[in-house]
Ligand binder design. Structure first.
Ligand code: RBF
Ligand code: MG
Length: 183
């Protein structure tokens, strides 16, 4: 299967705080990015759903905390605040790696705000809030769906990962790792 325009779509972003469920609840950690960076990427109609591609996380990162709304309005929920430390990523974590990405409303959780999150297929030493993340989106896999159970959602994500790994064996997709975007 060749790369079909507009892919590869390159997104240069930063890791922000998510819903705190990925690692804790599903055992599938995701690096969240601002959904606006996805919308600005040129993917047609900002289509929600599941994609695969490549990503590289680099730079320095920090810790995430929940703090009262910056405008002092106590009726608003606490906000995610990232405090950057000077911790750089380990070289073995800061390379181009396979990824699956989920964009949309997480029907299984009924989110009221859209999210864009990337699961990098790699065992990382840490979580990387505030780090730089570069993404090459290579193809669409499927729309988001609702599931009867958490286990069914996890099984579907595992299948997405299997598809991504399989597709990334193909030369057309694999060579994108050499693109100057990742240098
Ligand atoms: N959430 C859904 O509600 N429906 C989905 O079909 C769905 N597919 C996903 C596929 C992948 C590859 C990933 C990484 C996440 C997916 N999620 C989906 C989002 C999942 O619910 C979310 O990552 C966690 O709730 C943490 O925010
Ligand atoms: Mg996340």
């Amino acid at each position: 299967m060749p790369l079909v325009p507009p892919y590869p779509v390159f997104i240069d972003s930063k890791v922000i705080g998510g819903f705190g469920r990925g690692s804790a609840e599903l055992g599938i950690p995701t690096a969240n990015i601002p959904p606006s960076d996805f919308l600005a990427s040129g993917i047609p109609y900002g289509q929600t759903g599941i994609y695969f591609g490549l990503s590289k996380i680099s730079g320095v990162y920090g810790t995430l905390s929940r703090q009262p709304a910056a405008d002092g309005d106590a009726t608003k929920p606490p906000e995610n605040v990232i405090t950057l430390t000077e911790k750089p990523l380990m070289p073995e974590d800061a390379c181009v790696l396979p990824m699956v990405m989920s964009v949309g409303w997480n029907p299984f959780y009924g989110n009221t705000e859209p999210s864009a999150e990337i699961h990098v297929v790699h065992k990382f030493a840490d979580q990387f809030y505030g780090a730089d993340i570069k993404i090459a989106v290579l193809a669409y896999i499927r729309p988001e769906s609702d599931f009867v159970s958490k286990e069914a959602l996890i099984a579907e994500i595992m299948n997405d990962i299997r598809i991504a790994k399989e597709k990334l064996q193909e030369e057309d997709f694999k060579v994108v790792a050499e693109n100057e975007f990742f240098q």
